[in-house]
Design a protein around this ligand. Structure first.
Ligand code: MV4
Length: 504
């Protein structure tokens, strides 16, 4: 039985996992890259070991080195977080071979769900609905796919079997354009995954992306923790998630059916630990299995806030061989939670990543507000990793209260030094379609536009420097004086001039 855990990740999720370990009384080990010497997860852990260079392949992807460190320092388990090694069956197997607990599913479950064609075939046999498309687990040649396409019907999608995240995906509207698109999809899949295999699915238009969180122990017990609405995304990057889904809402019957199907999909691969089943849900509320994510997900906190469960602690308990302490009927969803992903990117410039040092920041706090972050003032946002600065998560009794609370929290949030997508989220909170819960996966890219940027934004860097200095000296007082509830416009620029007036 382990009581020392190595966290094979960085950023906000490494800190999140460290906190769960701390609460469970476990000892913690961090690993880090050259770029992360001063990172929060390194400071937070009991011990920390350098892996190598800033590039992921020299550090966080070095499974061999990570296992060696775990053995040397006496860690009994590895938590992979998300990304990096989290869904590598070979890494999970190597942990097992080294006598280390992998805090996640068995290698066989990762592999079965990692190949999307195998996953489709496996869950279909378990009675889980999938989008009509090609069947079976074997790889199909172009001539076979071209022959099957008219039976499936157009428009359809070519998808990579090794895929996920939309890579190697192509929309086909008619047969004549299919050979070229097959070529392009195979090439992209080969370049991204080293595997050019593809399969076909009928295109479901105007669908929502709704996923179900499940937990499974080693003794055959599986429960679901309700759904998350994940349709608000851009180029396959989720930007906002909520639970419940406004589309499922009060429809307990739909929630229950989706939950039962998700549990069946997990059971089909003898799943253990936390996992997520992604569904496409069409206008008529038909739902179809898309894929299963065999890891802890970025957006897990919204489920935590509505169910009151700590998913990471549950993962650790499960990996220690414990039984789930509750049945499906004990799981209740209470209130509403929304998560905004705060990214270092410029929403006024095509969401271009923004790098640099966070000179100052003020985090929103107060009732119903949670911020999961791995950065702090002085931290350098580098181009080596994803642009996630933090996750701002709020809880409210109702969706309306959660939205109002999110607006309040976004106003309080101040980040100086890099551009962030906070203005995007503020615009989104004001959007009538968002407020009405009327959006699908195309909404952000096709129907949403930002207000014009505020005057002066980005034009006077010296003011940013002055502002930063002022904040450094008067951080708490400044916040107390200037931030008033209900003031919509609290951009850094207006905030500065108001502060200056107060000083006169
Ligand atoms: C689909 C689909 C419509 N019909 N499959 C995108 C990434 C991959 N996980 C699956 N994806 C989709 N598969 C069928 N048969 C639409 C998407 C899709 C999507 C899915 C979830 C979240 C956002 C999306 C954005 C565009 C397309």
């Amino acid at each position: 039985m382990f009581n020392k855990v190595l966290i094979a990740n960085r950023g906000e999720i490494a800190v999140r996992i460290l906190r769960a370990c701390r609460e469970l009384g476990m000892q913690t080990v961090a690993v880090y890259s050259e770029a992360d010497r001063h990172a929060l997860h390194v400071r937070y852990a009991d011990e920390a070991y350098l892996l190598g260079g800033a590039q992921s392949r020299d550090s966080y992807l070095r499974g061999d080195k990570i296992i060696e460190i775990a053995r040397k320092c006496g860690a009994g388990a590895i938590h992979p977080g998300y990304g990096f090694l989290a869904e590598r069956a070979d890494f999970a197997q190597a942990c097992q071979d080294a006598g280390l607990a992998f805090i996640g599913p068995r290698p066989s479950a990762i592999a079965a769900m990692g190949d999307k064609a195998v996953a489709r075939a496996t869950v279909t046999r378990a009675g889980v609905p999938v989008v009509p498309g090609t069947e079976g687990e074997g790889s199909l040649r172009d001539d076979e796919l071209l022959q099957l396409a008219p039976q499936i019907g157009f428009p359809l999608l070519i998808k990579a079997t090794a895929g996920g995240g939309g890579k190697g995906m192509r929309e086909v509207r008619f047969l004549e354009e299919m050979p070229g698109l097959l070529n392009a999809a195979r090439r992209e899949a080969e370049a991204s995954f080293g595997d050019g295999n593809v399969y076909l699915e009928k295109l479901v238009e105007g669908a929502r992306h709704i996923e179900i969180q499940i937990l499974a122990d080693e003794h055959g017990n599986v429960v679901h923790l309700g759904e998350r609405e994940c349709s608000l995304q851009r180029r396959h990057q989720k930007l906002l998630e909520e639970s419940p889904s406004p589309f499922v809402g009060e429809n307990e019957e739909l929630r229950q059916r989706m939950g039962e199907v998700a549990v069946r999909a997990a059971q089909a691969v003898h799943y253990v630990n936390a996992g997520t089943i992604e569904f496409l849900v069409d206008k008529d509320k038909n739902f179809y299995f898309l894929e299963m994510n065999t890891r802890l997900q970025v957006e897990h906190p919204v489920t935590e806030l509505v169910t009151g469960l700590d998913i990471v602690k549950e993962q650790i308990r499960i990996a220690r061989g414990r039984h789930l302490r509750y049945q499906q009927s004990d799981v209740r969803m209470n209130g509403w939670a929304i998560e905004c992903r705060i990214n270092a990117e410029d929403p006024y410039n095509n969401f271009l990543p923004s790098t640099g040092r966070i000179s100052h920041s003020i985090l929103p706090t107060g009732p119903g507000v949670r911020v999961d972050t791995g950065v702090f003032p002085g931290f350098e946002i580098s181009p080596y990793y994803d642009s996630l600065i933090s996750k701002l998560i709020v809880w409210g009794e109702t969706r309306a209260e959660a939205i109002l609370r999110m607006r309040r929290a976004l106003e309080e949030y101040k980040i100086v030094g890099v551009r962030t997508n906070i203005p995007f989220h503020q615009n989104l909170m004001d959007s009538h379609r968002f407020m009405g819960g009327q959006f699908d996966t195309r909404f952000v890219e096709e129907r949403f536009s930002m207000d014009a940027p505020e005057e002066g934004r980005g034009s006077r860097p010296e003011i940013a420097a002055i502002f930063a200095t002022l904040v450094a000296h008067r951080e708490t007082q400044l916040a107390a004086h200037v931030i008033r509830r209900g003031e919509r416009d609290t951009s850094n620029w207006k905030w500065l001039s108001r502060w200056e007036r107060l000083q006169r």
